[in-house]
Write a protein that binds this ligand. Sequence first.
Ligand code: MN
Length: 129
Amino acid sequence: MPEKILIVEDNPQNMRLVEMTLRDQNYTLLQATDGQKALDIARQELPDLIIMDIRLPGISGLEVTRKLRDDSATSRIPIIGMTAYAMKGDREKIREAGCDLYLSKPINTRELPGVITAILGRQNSHLPN
Ligand code: MN
């Protein structure tokens, strides 16, 4: 079964960019455009990876990440945080919330597939054969 990736992004252009970048890879792509939808979809679908915009309407990406980390059903899902205007200390906040990795926007579309493969591979290597 293809691995499921949840893309959380409220900006349609950024969503499309990430989607286009991953479209030719063998993933099932799920999309959420705000924090509450991200939580609902993550809990229902248990994706293998989440790409999380930090600045979202309603519940922020940081808060969504904290809630997912607090729930044993979703606590181990790798989360890549992304934000455009990282201020001093934002990187730390994003890590503290529980993101595995932080990417600054605009996303480097050449690097993203490799980053994702690496994170998914690391997860899978923990699974028994
Ligand atoms: Mn945003």
